[in-house]
Design a binder for this molecule. Sequence first.
Ligand code: C2O
Ligand code: CU
Length: 523
Amino acid sequence: PITRYYELVLSRVNLAPDGFMREILSINSQYPGTMIHANKGDRLHITVRNQLGVPTSMHWHGIQQRGSNWYDGVSGQTQCPIPNGISFEYDFSTGEQQGTYWYHAHTHGQYMEGLRAPLIIHDPNDPYRKDYDEEYVITMSDWYHQSITELLEIRMSPNYGGFNPIPDAGLISGIGRYDCSAAPPNSNCQANNPLAVYKFQSGKRYRLRIMNTSGLTHFIFSIDNHPLKIIEADGEYSQPVTVNKLPVAIGQRYSVIVEANQQVDNYWIRATIDNRCLLTNDSTVNVNSAINYNVTGILRYEGAPITYPTTTEYPDAVRICLGLAPNFLKSLYPRSIPGPATDRIVLNLTMGIDENNVGRAYVNNSTYVVDETHPTIEKLLTNRMTINQLPTQQNIYSYDNLNGVADFYVLNANRAVHPFHMHGHNFYVLGTGPGLVVDESMLNLVNPFPRDTFVLDGNSWSVFRIITDNPGIWSVHCHIDWHIEMGMVAQLVELPSELTKFTVPQSVTNLCAQFSASKKRSL
Ligand code: C2O
Ligand code: CU
């Protein structure tokens, strides 16, 4: 294992991913940002230089940060935000993990404006290595034309009474096509923006690493005439299983193997936006929105003419707004599931309006309020507060059995679906079902699949299981970025007796001093 060094300069640049020019928040002046590669076991040393003009932080989605909780990148929880003009160095081991990940800002909806990119951990002992010749990374994301800061102000204003803003476009690997006739007058919009093109050579087999890095949008991925053999989900190898259409919830990743065994030609790559899901997902259709739900790219065989495909879509149906069924995937390396549980944490998710008529989301009736100046890690490790002294609006749940087993009973008491994400762990999905009463007889204790993001259906229960072996403050939240800002967030303080033995690196402590100083300056 070696240490790999990356430098991420965050700045505002003008870019037109879908043809519509706007100022975006960029990583190294590009969108998506710089892709990070490592081999299993490597360390990543990543310098983030903030030139955005606003504070930020960077989170490595799916990386478990064993022994390095303070580099998890959640402002208000594991660090203070990085002020403008300041650099911060993240330095962590990828440990025992391999597979497909991503990284994104974890501050105020900023990732929806461009601060997101793939992070790939290659496995020198990949059990599927003989089964493919090349690999590509494909991201799917939604895209807004207005500044997220402005949209958030609207979303979180009293009596707004509306729903989540509908994106303007969907992008495949950072490229989309906006209908410029719908753009406001005087905007700089290039019609017929080129589509993303992936080149295949006849006879070769390709590993595609597919991820959904959206703020709101659920995508369904497919390639005409080319079935997808799934081999990995959220960093876990699966037994091979073939689908024609792959639903990918926000935050989820898959590797699939695709064979270039069709006629030399062009084929549509489809990243279809499930608009039924935008509708049920407490959003309303913005009548001014020119969003095209049929986001496409092109799979082009070497030797095929440079034309648009004329192929047709698979007719297969998928579950509305939801991901693959919970027991659809089987681990390639089945392990005996730990149990019985030593701890049970019930998280009841609701949505509503607060006393000021602002739309909020709640975990056990408490909407999360971020404290950026004094993150939980500072309160616990530097100021030596006890769990009971932590403010209630920080939605803290704690359990302290080393190598115990914690079950999360997550009850989604509203009609919206929520892509539910946990930091620090892949959780075993033991079961899910309608209603808010867990049916214990439905729990699967035989080879359940562990992952870090799972979609909760509207008005449903789900049970997740983890081994409590990773001391830290781990965020759990819905990965719809609007719902994070509305407060559908909690913090798991795992193994506080172990965690408080750690000393936070000086640079992390300094960040809080720098952040406080920058706030004073701007007053
Ligand atoms: Cu990908 Cu807490 O996030
Ligand atoms: Cu949600």
